[in-house]
Design a protein around this ligand. Structure first.
Ligand code: AP5
Ligand code: MG
Length: 240
C-alpha cells in the first residue's frame, strides 16, 4: 500500500506548535476510518484508538470483556456503553495520548459522546474536539467490507478489489497470511448498518451541532481522502 500523506503535509505537521488534540473519525462500517487513522498517525504522531481493534484484542486474549463482546460483535450490535467507556478510559491514560489521539469508532452512541464530552471538559486545559465524518454510499461500503483482509501481525488493511497485497493472501510488510474479520459478512454488515443508523447517526448530528465538524467524501483514492481530512482538521483548528 502506498503512503498517502505528502511530504508537504508532513513538513507542515512537524512545524505545528500546538498539539493536534482529540480527533474523532466517524462514519459507517467500512467507510475507511481505520485506513485513514493510520495515515493520520504517520502525519501527526498521535495514536489511533480504535474501539473495534481494542475489543478484538480482548476477544483474542479471551478476557472477561472479550467474552462478553464476542457474541455482540458477531451479531453486529454495539457493546454496552459502560464497558466501552471504561476500556477507552484506560487507554486514554497511557502517556502517548497526552497531546492528542485519533478516536476511530468512538463515540458511537449519545451516551458515549456524553461521557467523552464530560471527561474532556473536566480536564484542566481542555483540548477542543474536531470531528470528521467520512461519507461513502451503501454499495461501496458493502464491497469494501466483503473485500477487506487484515494482517494479523501489523494490522495493515487491504482490499482484494481496490488495494490488494502484492502476493495474493499475504501481507506485503510481514508476509503473514491475511485474515478476514468474523463480522465482515453481508448479513452482519446489514446489522451493523442498522446499529449505525439508529445509534451512531445521532452522534454525528451532536458533533455537527457543536461545530468544529466536517464531512469528507470517502469515495476517492485513499491519498485524496487523507488530504481532505487533513485540510478539514487544519481549517477547523484555525477557527477553534
Ligand atoms: P469497528 O471495528 O469499529 O467496525 P466498523 O465501525 O464497522 O468499521 P470498520 O472497521 O468495519 O471499517 P472502517 O471504517 O475502519 O474501514 P477500513 O479502513 O477498515 O467495530 C466492530 C464492532 O465492535 C462493532 O460492530 C461493535 O460491535 C463493536 N464496537 C466497536 N466500537 C464500539 C463502540 N464505540 N461502542 C460499542 N460497540 C463498539 O476500510 C474498509 C475497507 O475499505 C478496507 O478493505 C480498505 O482497504 C478499504 N478502503 C478504505 N479506504 C478506501 C478508499 N478510499 N477507497 C477504496 N477502498 C478503501
Ligand atoms: Mg475499522
Amino acid at each position: 500500500m502506498s503512503s498517502s500523506v505528502s511530504a508537504v503535509q508532513r513538513g507542515r505537521a512537524a512545524g505545528r506548535k500546538t498539539a493536534p488534540g482529540p480527533i474523532l473519525l466517524m462514519g459507517a462500517p467500512g467507510v475507511g476510518k481505520g485506513t485513514q487513522a493510520k495515515e493520520l498517525v504517520k502525519l501527526w504522531g498521535i495514536p489511533q484508538i480504535s474501539t473495534g481493534d481494542l475489543l478484538r484484542a480482548n476477544v483474542a486474549q479471551d478476557t472477561s470483556l472479550g467474552r462478553v463482546a464476542k457474541e455482540i460483535m458477531g451479531r453486529g450490535e454495539l457493546v454496552p456503553d459502560s464497558l466501552v467507556d471504561e476500556m477507552v478510559a484506560v487507554r486514554l491514560q497511557q502517556p502517548d495520548a497526552a497531546k492528542g489521539y485519533i478516536l476511530d469508532g468512538f463515540p458511537r452512541t449519545l451516551g458515549q459522546a456524553g461521557w467523552l464530552d464530560g471527561r474532556l471538559a473536566a480536564q484542566p486545559k481542555p483540548l477542543p474536539v474536531v470531528a470528521v465524518s467520512i461519507q461513502v454510499d451503501y454499495n461501496q461500503l458493502l464491497r469494501r467490507i466483503t473485500g477487506r483482509r487484515n494482517c494479523p501481525v501489523c494490522q495493515t488493511i487491504y482490499n482484494i478489489y481496490v488495494n490488494p497485497p502484492r502476493r495474493d493472501g499475504f501481507c506485503d510488510v510481514e508476509g503473514a497470511a491475511l485474515v478476514q474479520r468474523a463480522d465482515d459478512t453481508e448479513q452482519v454488515f446489514k446489522e451493523r448498518m442498522r446499529a449505525y443508523a439508529a445509534l451512531t447517526a445521532p452522534v454525528v448530528e451532536h458533533y455537527r451541532a457543536l461545530g468544529r465538524f466536517a464531512e469528507v467524501n470517502g469515495d476517492r483514492p485513499i491519498a485524496e481522502v487523507a488530504a481532505g481530512i487533513v485540510a478539514a482538521v487544519e481549517r477547523l483548528r484555525e477557527t477553534a
